[in-house]
Design a protein around this ligand. Sequence first.
Ligand code: GTP
Ligand code: MG
Length: 261
Amino acid sequence: LYRKSASKELPSFLLLGPLGAGKTSLLTLVCTIEFANGTASSTHTSQEPQSAVCQLPPSIRSSEDQYRSENDTSARSQPKFFLLDAPGHGKLRRHAQSSFTTVSALRGLIFVVDSAAVSSAGGLTEAAEYLHDVLLLLQKRHTQGKTSKDPQAIPVLVAANKQDVFTSLPVGLVKSKLEGEIAKVRQTRSKGLLDSGIGMEDESGADEEGNWLGEYGAKEFRFTQMEEHGVEVTTVGGNVRGEGEEKGFVSDWWTWIGENI
Ligand code: GTP
Ligand code: MG
């Protein structure tokens, strides 16, 4: 799937998020260099993962570049990276999950949410369940990494997309709503485990704790609880498309990519 040898050494970022959040739109906007498998279409629900080689725009400084003087006019080549677009459809999410292990040089996850969709109960639950599961995978990866060779920490950007839409929630609210809903998901999942008897045998206590996201036993969930599990979560707003003449606004996401590349 993502095994394209030419791109192997490039740092890569993975796009995740619910149906229609704007992942493919973002991929087509920022990546014009090369598509690994044809051109991406954002007019349809994606059926297959897509990937493309992208390059940081000249206005964005990469982490390697931060010590350069503003007056340094020598040519600097902007770093290239590989962007992978995972379909949001539930049945296709296994692609995304398998790519946690198959993608080499994974530098970060970009979880795209539709800031208008999360204002509805259904949209919020869908996004929160998916994000909960993604964060739990990263947490487990970190826990396992303690015993083996420490894998590189993978930061998460929650991209609050569609800020141009009239009914969209502001970034701060997208963040707090997701945190509140993830707390509910976490509660439900742990109750589900107890009811089903999973984890009640051999390593009961350990299992329950291992499947609990963030601070064990806490009532509230905050993204900052992920830090002790080696996962840094940042929520940043933007929009891929804009109304009328307005162009999309994605430069704050670029900045995050530049910092983590
Ligand atoms: P799946 O492939 O189904 O998981 O969805 P996706 O996340 O790839 O969404 P996609 O990029 O196909 O976008 C879904 C719809 O949202 C398209 O009609 C886009 O034009 C629209 N869209 C994406 N980003 C924005 C945005 O920032 N603002 C507005 N107004 N519309 C957007
Ligand atoms: Mg898509």
